[in-house]
Design a protein. Structure first.
Length: 414
């Protein structure tokens, strides 16, 4: 009996203690942990030399173009070239019937001989009359007539010489020669055709295509910006004032030869607002033909003070201005309007709006607002895709690693 009562008393004590503990817990509820700031990936921007280039459309043009035209009238007797072949300067292309011009040369030569004979007799007569006139053996009028005849004979001699030279030139024009070395085009006439010097009948065209010109079009605003950057010293031209140029052909393949920029036209086309730039390229294999459409990349120079920001970290506001989010020294987000002038690889070239060393949010910016507190980690560039298998006898692709890798190596301080 005693044991049973003791057991009941101990059970009551345990129940009371449990109620006391439950009441104490109900009076002091546990507080949830404070939320952590969102995490964003950042890149610390640095100033570095950035090569600048521009891609422009253009068309090829022959280095020299010679339209071969008739310079005398006559029947074409021969064509002495193969259309589309290479010809040398002074190579005979056509032969126009020379018979009339040989006859004209013979006639001029005969007139010259007659003038030479006439001047001998008139000169001798004038000399004789001079002596007789001194002794009053002949009249003054006769002496004057002798002098006039001598002078007229001298003029006839000069005219005869000029006529012979003209006849020789016309006879030479019956052999139509190539004025330049180059590739000849389609013959516009056939043997037996009648050509005229007065109509300047077109016979064929010869073009020199090694080297070859490439005429490019650039907006006047871009040209103005380029000249301003060079004048301010922000842009350095490569080489002794000449920018290097590379080409991409119509089928997308790169042209192996490198070219040089020759000049920029000073006249702006009022209809398009563009100017013409001319580059020159070697063309030893005649891959480039006049009139081909190409795209040219011009290496304008190097900007020593530019900063690169990955494109994924740059947006544009309602006004079209480039903007980005930066993390300040207090780990708070701030919005910035930047001057992003052009792209370079997967990055924007920023020339204003950021200070060196500032941390730009590249990933996670969509979940934060300006003024928010954030945690930062260094941004890692996406892994390059696996290289495709290269088929046998196919050229292997070459290239440099993405620029984000270099940016990612810059530690971002928290």
């Amino acid at each position: 009996m005693f044991v049973h009562d003791a057991f009941l008393r101990s059970g009551r004590i345990a129940a009371v203690s449990a109620l006391a503990v439950l009441s104490a817990c109900s009076g002091h509820k546990q507080q949830p942990p404070a939320p952590q700031p969102p995490e964003v990936a950042v890149v610390a921007v640095r100033r570095e030399p950035v090569p600048l280039s521009v891609e422009l459309p253009g068309r090829t043009a022959a280095y020299l173009v010679a339209q071969v035209r008739a310079r005398v009238d006559g029947i074409v007797l021969k064509r002495e070239f193969t259309e589309g072949a290479d010809v040398k300067a002074n190579q005979r292309l056509y032969l126009i019937d020379p018979a009339p011009y040989r006859a004209a040369l013979d006639s001029a030569a005969a007139s010259l001989a007659r003038a030479q004979a006439n001047i001998a007799s008139t000169a001798a007569l004038a000399e004789r009359y001079q002596t007789l006139s001194a002794g009053n053996a002949v009249s003054k009028q006769d002496y004057d007539n002798a002098l006039a005849a001598r002078d007229q004979a001298a003029a006839d001699l000069a005219s005869g010489k000029a006529a012979v030279e003209t006849a020789k030139i016309n006879l030479g024009y019956t052999e139509v020669l190539s004025p330049i070395t180059g590739r000849i085009g389609i013959s516009q006439i056939t043997p037996g055709a009648y050509v005229q010097a007065s109509a300047a009948t077109l016979l064929t065209t010869v073009q020199q295509i090694d080297p070859i010109y490439v005429d490019l079009t650039q907006s006047s605003a871009e040209g103005l910006r380029l000249r301003r950057d060079v004048a301010n010293g922000r842009l350095k031209l490569n080489g002794p004032g000449q920018a290097r140029v590379t080409l991409v052909l119509e089928d997308g393949t790169p042209y192996p030869e490198k070219g040089a920029l020759q000049f920029t036209d000073i006249t702006v086309d009022p209809t398009t607002g563009s100017v013409t730039l001319r580059a020159i390229f070697p063309n030893p294999r005649h891959v480039l033909l006049p009139g081909m459409f190409v795209r040219a990349r011009i290496d304008e120079g190097v900007n020593d003070g530019a900063m690169l920001v990955p494109q994924v970290g740059v947006t544009h506001d309602a006004k079209g201005q480039a903007a980005t989010l930066v993390v300040g020294p207090d780990d708070k987000v701030a919005a910035r309007v930047i001057q992003a002038t052009r792209t370079f690889g997967d990055n924007w070239v920023v020339e204003g709006g950021l200070a060196e060393g500032e941390r730009v949010i590249v990933s996670g910016g969509q979940k934060v607002q300006p003024g928010a507190l954030v945690r930062t980690v260094n941004w890692q560039a996406p892994a390059a895709p696996a290289e495709p298998l290269v088929a046998e006898n196919a050229p292997a692709a070459t290239g440099s690693p993405p620029l984000q890798e270099r940016l990612a190596r810059s530690p971002a301080t928290r």
